[in-house]
Write a protein that binds this ligand. Structure first.
Ligand code: C2O
Ligand code: CU
Length: 465
């Protein structure tokens, strides 16, 4: 351990003690160079969810996998050892890595076969909250994900906080995701089958029990929220407190105070909570749109009673409070206005078999009527300023994720440049435009982060020519 990390080490010890973070056992910093080395072993393991043993697929036997914490400017070398019965890869969600390191089978690399290894190596040029996950089929829904946090080097850290918790949200599928997909496929125009997998519950950092988030009065506490679920956008709120949103998808925004926020699959928000209301306070989560809450965390001030019954529906003060909207977000530091867009790519999202995906049921999901992989690439030229103009013509939300780039998101009714994002949650019938500079030549996936929608066709390749 190098000097000067005392406080951070103390914090991470505290967190580990609270079983909220798993310490990366396989992590080994290389002396005092800035190359950081990690090993992640993808393997079957039985993860205990409360009293329920859950035989599933993991990194290092853990759900979530070990946290990877880096500093901007680091070079990383991460070896994936595949001990699963199937081929796998890892994708570094939100990081613009070289194309060969992006983990998409067929675009970036061949899948890593059982018994084999692959070493991912890249420079870390962004800071913020990210995550890593398998990018083969539906493996993410088995638990193959973990947090990837990149801190700003030393003095550059803009926001002082006293404590930090990384909160990974997930929808918990106890059976095989391939069976869930088969039952969605067997739906007849949305009438018979299911619109999504039958989840057994929801997990925060791998557990359904309300994790204890210990805080002391007067502290500023950062929560790094990551939605690692495969098919569930969540509404999140903390009783007795507001959330000061400071970052969206790892990128700084003008801080905005809200009571609740909705986080789509693949999205991340950093929020700061001012611990000024001593007591024991449930952190509430629900699949967005549902009034029934689940309590997956308990904010406990030191010295206070550790058991409190969480409300089963959203309490009036959170319901009436401000809910985060994309319209309210602005990037903190905007470079000079970018060049005018030189290429506009329309992307109409809809459901097959009945067209609209009414009631959520559809047996294929399309972009501009095409079902990936039988779909044309979006061709761009290096240096171009590109807009993907998205329209959701279905009754389901779609969190659309672009690999290899961070774009500027603009939404209707707001002028100006918007804010930086790599994953955009489009609610039913919404429109939004993601604008980016084509500065990372390669072949990149653009897709819905509902894994079942992606598997049923809602994806495209952005290709440089
Ligand atoms: Cu989070 Cu294509 O990935
Ligand atoms: Cu979708």
């Amino acid at each position: 351990m190098s000097p000067g990390v005392g406080r951070r080490q103390f914090l991470s010890d505290t967190l580990a003690a609270a079983a909220l973070l798993s310490v990366p056992r396989a992590a080994a910093a290389l002396g005092d160079t800035t190359t950081r080395e990690f090993v992640l072993t993808a393997r079957e393991a039985t993860h205990q969810v409360g009293t329920t043993p859950w035989p599933t697929w993991t990194y290092d036997g853990l759900v979530p996998g070990p946290e990877i914490r880096l500093t901007r400017g680091d070079r990383v070398r991460i070896r994936l050892d595949n001990r699963l019965p199937q081929p796998t890869t890892i994708h570094w969600h939100g990081l613009a890595v070289p194309p060969a390191m992006d983990g998409v089978v067929g675009l970036s690399q061949p899948a890593v076969q059982p018994g084999e290894s692959f070493t991912y190596e890249f420079d870390v040029t962004q800071s913020g909250t990210f995550f890593y996950h398998s990018h083969v089929g539906l493996q993410l829904d088995r638990g193959l994900y973990g947090a990837l946090i990149v801190e700003e080097p030393g003095e550059n850290e803009r926001l002082r906080v006293d404590r930090e918790y990384v909160l990974l949200l997930d929808d918990w599928l106890t059976g095989a995701p391939e069976e869930a997909l088969a039952s969605i496929r067997n739906a007849r125009g949305g009438m018979m089958g299911r619109e999504g997998p039958a989840y057994a519950g929801y997990l925060l950092n791998g557990t359904t029990a309300a994790s204890q988030l210990v805080v002391a009065r007067g502290e500023r506490v950062r929560l790094r929220l990551i939605n690692a679920a495969s098919a569930t956008p969540f509404r999140v709120g903390l009783t007795g407190h507001t959330l000061l949103v400071t970052h969206a998808d790892g990128q700084p925004v003008d801080p905005i105070e809200v009571s609740t926020l909705v986080i789509g699959m693949g999205e991340r928000y950093d929020v700061i909570v001012s611990a000024t209301n001593p007591g024991t306070w449930p952190l509430l989560v629900s699949p967005s749109g549902s009034a029934a809450t689940v309590s997956l965390g308990m904010f406990v001030y030191t010295g206070y009673d550790r058991s409190v019954a969480p409300p089963v529906v959203w309490p009036p003060e959170l319901q009436a409070g401000r809910a985060l909207r994309y319209q309210d977000l602005r990037s903190t530091s905007l470079a000079a206005p970018a060049l005018p867009a030189s290429l506009i790519i329309p992307a109409v999202l809809s459901g097959g078999m009945g067209g609209m995906g009414m009631g959520g049921g559809a047996t294929s999901w399309t972009i501009n009527g095409q079902i990936y992989p039988n779909a044309d690439p979006f061709v761009v030229r290096e240096g171009a300023r590109v807009q993907i103009a998205m329209t959701n013509r279905s009754m389901m939300p779609h969190p659309m994720h672009l690999h290899g780039h961070t774009g500027m998101l603009s939404v209707p009714g707001v002028s100006g440049q918007g804010f930086a994002k790599d994953t955009v949650l489009l609610n039913p019938m919404d429109t939004a435009t993601l604008e980016f500079t084509a500065d990372n030549p390669g072949r990149w996936l653009f897709h819905c982060h509902n894994l079942y929608h992606m598997e049923l066709g809602m994806a495209r390749v952005v290709e440089y020519r």
